[in-house]
Design a protein around this ligand. Structure first.
Ligand code: GLA
Length: 731
């Protein structure tokens, strides 16, 4: 079994293929963290805990005169609150007597084969061949009987451990849970860098790496969604770590709402990281007998650099997260109407775009925003999911039939969570949106947010959206969310429960996705929130791909994709070729480069195909052919970032390598060109050193070693923003 309890030493051992995790029950029943890192066998790491009398770090009462036992210093699995630990806390509760304290001690544990369940929340699922074991440890507060159940699930072969916490109110009083972190991890050292992915609308998931400093470093969101601004993912790695070397720890939160991740470097150069639902405006009422389950965190450890950490996440997210049968199938290459026509289209325009696209080799037409109600701009009609017959006189069915007659699939845009004030829905149910008493709700893109904590609102959404999806043949849906939450107050909740609304919104969202997405397994769903405002594992559980960004500039996308690939598999990144000058940046980049950049994901087009020249269409046709040829390699191969665009400006390069390492696709975009430039070389990765390979466009063969050590010359003929792509194939 990958989980064991050694009674004589009171230690818990968790082992994956290459990592180990160890905990110990201390003499007074506290659960101490001993180790997470390179796989060890049965060695007992209890000796790592060195007791010392630390001034001004208090000692729990049961330690008597032992001044060396302080929870302010000891490494813990789940830190107490309101007692002796002044560091970041795992939990904050307001007890029935008004006190703010939780001090948990181990009262029991259970080890079983298989995985715990998390009702109503997305989480990893064991797939066919996985050996998966679970450890659950009950920490109880003697004074209040409140219990925190820590769950660990070990995916042995996948080299990943998941964690979550459930709080059960076994006390006779109502308590308020004001914070519950899904994961707390203490380290006895702190010479680490903190890597996080941050940005803004149209420039998401930029890579940031900061050395830890004394005090607390924080990322998070309380926008009601995981957000463009920070992603629920973090890495702690040694200062020396790079793509190929060094100890790296990954933390990925399977949740789509408010989150926080904090790292604290303490007075003794130790480090604590916590991750969970953001405590801001969070207060969960637990009556006697009630419980609360925190979302899951996925932990991965790599002793050999960031690329291997990436491979662990890509592998488990490809195989154990997405429900959609599409996750393993070739996704249709689509053309989307948004940047082609925005709101200004009619049936003829859409059919013209489709007809030209057929000629390019495109496989699906996606009708974006503007097809319903009186939606001629973004100020109206959200919530009214009836077709706009002025634009589409034969309805969705007429359009869909024509599109299918051309041999294309048909996809549709929806934004189910929102309502426009100028809509029939709002006029009928003005109380269905989130709003606070005595205040007018704030608008975002003119729209308000529906109160998904209400079951009647959810039922309306499920019925009206399912009616659309069942009304005609639709093979793809883009599920958008174009503003963040404000006014988080629900008219149906008691005042003591208003602190639950942000979380209940997300539970409501998962419920409607269960009832719309999971009941339509034949439809490919794509997530979107103004591009990548909700690019997180929670959404990927339902939707195998997410629109990366509203920024379609190929050069900006190189940075966005660079950051995104640290954790999310290439098969999750929807990426489109659009026109130049680019609508967001005004930049002009050759169409070949736009194609190569978009092939680092799920390729699509977002342009008016009727305006392309013959030559451009020919290039697109060729791009689509190449993409189809390398589809499995791109979406299932191992991913290598060959350059860091934040450290090296001249070119950006990346590579997809097949699992057997016999085939690779190396792509490179020249991002900075000066006159009479130095000769540059690009070094491949992931090949078999002794194997010989042919490189597309080059004479002879090259050993894997040579391609990885000496590399290939970057063609000096490349001009700024031009790109090359090499197939590398074993002979
Ligand atoms: C969001 C999406 C875009 C497009 C518009 C439509 O901004 O990210 O791709 O669908 O909404 O309103």
């Amino acid at each position: 079994m990958s989980v064991r309890y050694i009674d004589s030493k009171k230690t818990f051992l968790l082992q994956t293929r290459n990592s180990a995790y160890q905990m110990k029950i201390s003499e007074y029943g506290y659960l101490l963290h001993l180790y997470y890192g390179e796989r060890l066998e049965d060695e007992d790491l209890g000796y790592l805990i060195q007791m010392q009398d630390r001034g001004f770090s208090p000692n729990p009462n049961e330690a008597g005169n032992d001044r060396t036992f302080s929870l302010d210093v000891l490494p813990q699995e789940f830190s107490s609150d309101g007692s002796c630990d002044y560091r970041l806390s795992s939990i904050e509760v307001k007890n029935g007597d008004g006190s703010y304290a939780f001090v948990g001690k181990v009262v029991r544990h259970e080890i079983y084969a298989g995985k715990y369940t998390l009702a109503g929340l997305p989480s990893l699922r064991p797939s066919g061949q996985d050996t998966v074991d679970t450890l659950e440890i009950w920490l109880q507060d003697e004074a209040t009987q409140l219990t925190a159940v820590l769950s660990y699930c070990v995916f042995e072969e996948k080299d990943v451990i998941t964690r979550t916490v459930r709080v059960v109110n076994q006390s006779p009083e109502t308590i308020y849970l004001n914070r519950l972190m899904s994961m707390t991890m203490d380290f006895m050292d702190s010479d680490y860098d903190f890597i996080h992915l941050d940005g803004r609308h149209t420039m998401e998931r930029e890579f940031h790496r900061d050395p830890l400093h004394y005090g607390i470093q924080t990322i998070g969101s309380f926008r009601g969604a995981s957000s463009h601004q920070h992603n629920p993912f973090a890495v702690l790695c040694e200062h020396q770590a790079n793509e190929d070397y060094g100890r790296c720890y990954g933390f990925s939160f399977v949740y789509s709402g408010n989150f926080v991740c904090k790292v604290e470097k303490d007075q003794y150069d130790q480090m604590r990281i916590i991750m969970g639902i953001h405590p801001k405006h969070f207060s969960y009422q637990l009556k006697p007998g009630e419980s609360f389950a925190a979302p899951e965190v996925v932990l991965a450890y790599s002793g050999k650099g960031l690329t291997h950490l990436t491979h662990l996440y890509h592998n488990i997210y490809r195989n154990n997260l997405c429900q959609s049968p599409y996750v393993k199938e070739a996704r249709p290459i689509l053309i989307n109407s948004w940047e082609a026509a925005y709101f200004d289209f009619d049936e003829k325009k859409i059919l013209d775009i489709a007809r030209e696209a057929v000629d390019m080799g495109v496989e699906m037409l996606v009708l974006d925003d503007g097809w319903f109600g009186n939606r001629n701009d973004d100020s109206a009609a959200l919530g009214d999911w009836d077709v706009n017959t002025e634009k589409l006189p034969r309805g969705l069915t007429g359009l869909s039939e024509e599109i299918h007659a051309m041999g294309l699939k048909f996809g549709l845009w929806i934004e189910p969570e929102m309502v426009s004030e100028n809509s029939e829905l709002y006029r009928r149910h003005p109380d269905w949106c989130l709003q606070m008493p005595r205040r007018q709700p704030s608008r975002g893109r003119y729209q308000l947010v529906l109160d998904l904590s209400r079951s009647d609102v959810r039922d309306y959404i499920v019925t009206s959206i399912n009616e659309v999806l069942d009304s005609t043949k639709i093979e793809y849906v883009k599920w958008d969310m174009n503003r963040f939450i404000t006014d988080a107050w629900s008219i149906i909740a008691e005042k003591e429960k208003q602190g639950e609304i942000y979380h209940r919104y997300i539970l409501g969202l998962y419920d409607i996705m269960d009832r719309i997405i999971l009941t339509h397994p034949e439809i490919l769903f794509c997530g979107c929130s103004g591009g990548g405002g909700r690019f997180d594992p929670g959404m990927l559980y339902y939707q195998p791909q997410i629109w990366c960004s509203d920024n379609t500039d190929a050069v900006c996308r190189l940075k966005i994709q660079y950051g995104t690939t640290f954790v999310y598999p290439v098969s999750a990144l929807e990426s489109h070729v659009s026109v130049c000058p680019n609508h967001q940046t005004g930049r002009t980049v050759p169409i070949k480069t736009r194609g190569i950049a978009a092939m680092d994901g799920i390729l699509g087009y977002e342009l008016d195909s009727t305006c392309l020249t013959k030559a451009e269409k020919e290039i697109c046709r060729e791009q689509i052919g190449r993409y189809r040829k390398y589809y499995a390699l791109i979406t299932e191969g191992d991913y290598y970032r060959l350059t860091n665009p934040y450290e090296f400006a001249e070119y950006v390069a990346w590579e997809h390598v097949s699992q057997d390492k016999k085939e690779a696709l190396l792509s490179l975009v020249l991002t900075e060109r000066e006159s009479n430039d130095a000769q540059r070389y690009v070094k491949a990765k992931g090949l078999i050193p002794q194997m010989h390979y042919r490189v597309e466009g080059m004479e002879g063969t090259f050993s894997g070693q040579l391609l990885m050590s000496a590399g290939l010359p970057v063609p000096s003929s490349l001009l700024q923003y031009e790109a090359v792509q090499y197939e590398i194939r074993a002979v």
